[in-house]
Design a protein around this ligand. Sequence first.
Ligand SMILES: Nc1ncnc2c1ncn2[C@@H]1O[C@H](COP(=O)(O)OP(=O)(O)OP(=O)(O)O)[C@@H](O)[C@H]1O
Length: 247
Amino acid sequence: MSALLEVSGVSVSFDGFRAINNLSFSIGPTELRAIIGPNGAGKTTFMDIVTGKTRPDSGTVTWGEKGISLLKLSEAEIARAGVGRKFQRPTVFEDQTVAENLTLALKSPRGPLAALWFHLTGAGRQRVEELAAKVGLTDHLSRKAGELAHGQKQWLEIAMLLAQEPKLLLVDEPAAGMTLAERELTTAMLVDLAKSHAVVVVEHDMDFVRRLNCRVTVLHEGSVLAEGSLDHVTADPQVIEVYLGRG
Ligand SMILES: Nc1ncnc2c1ncn2[C@@H]1O[C@H](COP(=O)(O)OP(=O)(O)OP(=O)(O)O)[C@@H](O)[C@H]1O
């Protein structure tokens, strides 16, 4: 399986401090990956680089079968190429309904005629219903997003990301603030999404990572310290020393 995203030898410094240090990372087109690591390991900076928010000082970031360089694209172009990012705090429109939020997020077909056709045929409405079903919000379409529970808001935001038809989803600490039941549903959702997308989850909650049952990358001081199953990386003495042993 060739990689969808290939980060190779990437470094970036802020005021002389190397936040990312010769980092290499790749993910396939349908793969679930968890990224863990201590505070300041470079997890957020890694996502900032992939999404074009931060430009690295050196290294390459290539995307897709054609191996295009994401470093030459703007943030908006990277999003259009298929990289979606979910921040930790939900940013849904609280005064709009779930259906309205999803409609606003839809990727409309290009061109006025195609867009008109999309609306007249009800294709947009059908897509909104499909997206709501994917995240378990079918019964909440007419509710204001502000009335939803925290977990449901997070799921709505995931559906809004999916509305843009991304190939890669970067998801930052999805379990934070969720009840156990919400976490379990979120795990199932991410596992299901990874059947048709690449999904990278940054998460501190080890129980959550265990339930994801996927390959884990441990970052430390801006580089990959260990990679493999959760059992493999958590048995690594270096990982225990820099990350697990501190708790
Ligand atoms: N814009 C910036 N200017 C200066 N230093 C920065 C900047 N962004 C990140 N850093 C530094 O780079 C290092 C990596 O930060 P980053 O936020 O990527 O870590 P992280 O793994 O996401 O940590 P956390 O788990 O706490 O979110 C930290 O030491 C941070 O202080």
